[in-house]
Design a protein around this ligand. Structure first.
Ligand code: GSH
Length: 245
């Protein structure tokens, strides 16, 4: 059995690199802790079959849209794990240093904030993912699947619910993000807690890298309108650099 972790990620068109804010949650931990891993890029249309074949139990209802989702990993022991939070706990147990500080539960606060700040932006980013990110071989699958989930074509989703109205709907989430990035600080450092990074920071850095990939980073910074986001990005961008192997 290999000493390396096998990490299941979603591929992208053109240069194949990580893009999903969900898979970034795990990849950023692997990068942050310096854990050896290799990536198994698996397109959407093969994901269910491939993860089912590992013997992993399907997601419990409410955890994801589907039975099998990424991030998923195979540990050196051969055990497969799925769901970013379960994986975070397992990696923290296996590689305690540097710590993710899961005991602070700041990642739970971060999840609430990202749901409020990024949830309303689905009509902005889903159509871009379909148009510019997923592989050509996934395009039809993505359009059909997401149209069923959102009740209209991605073009209509963008036209009727996207644009500035989506950014306006994200404003309360931006305010929650500002509170998260200012009210928990113990010193002047760039991370949620100040100079000590935690898992919540990695989740945010993955989201920022996703925005950059979609081409909406500048718009996000403009809408956020503060310096905390830039400081966090500068402090932690190294953990979301390795993205293509
Ligand atoms: N709560 C899960 C959510 C994972 C999730 O929804 N992953 C998406 C990737 S962006 C997925 O695998 N989707 C598969 C599909 O849509 O078929 C986690 O954080 O691990």
């Amino acid at each position: 059995m290999s000493d390396e972790i096998l990490f299941y990620d979603l591929p992208s068109r053109g240069k194949c690199q990580c893009w999903s804010p969900n898979t970034w949650k795990t990849r950023a931990i692997l990068n942050f802790k310096g854990i050896p891993y290799k990536t198994e890029f698996t397109p959407f249309h093969q994901l269910q079959e491939k993860l089912k074949a590992t013997g992993i139990s399907p997601n419990e209802p409410g955890i994801a849209w589907v039975d099998y989702s990424v991030p998923a990993i195979r540990l050196p022991s051969g055990e497969h794990l799925m769901d970013s939070l379960k994986i975070a706990h397992a990696l923290e147990d296996l590689h305690p240093s540097p710590s993710l500080h899961l005991d602070t539960a700041l990642h739970e606060k971060t999840s609430l904030v990202t749901a409020k700040a990024a949830g309303p932006l689905l009509p902005v980013f889903m159509p871009i993912i379909g148009r510019s990110i997923v592989l050509d071989s996934d395009s039809e699958w993505f359009e059909t699947d997401r149209s069923q989930k959102f009740g209209c074509s991605m073009a209509e989703f963008e036209r009727t619910k996207g644009g500035q109205q989506a950014w306006d709907a994200a404003r309360p989430g931006m305010e929650m993000l500002r509170a998260l990035l200012t009210e928990e600080k113990k010193d002047a450092g760039p991370f949620i807690m100040g100079s000590v990074p935690c898992y919540g920071d990695l989740v945010l850095l993955g989201l920022f890298q996703f925005f950059r990939r979609l081409g909406i980073w500048e718009k996000f910074r403009e809408e956020y309108g503060g310096e905390e986001v830039d400081k966090l990005w500068e402090g932690g961008k190294g953990w979301v650099e390795r993205d293509d192997y």
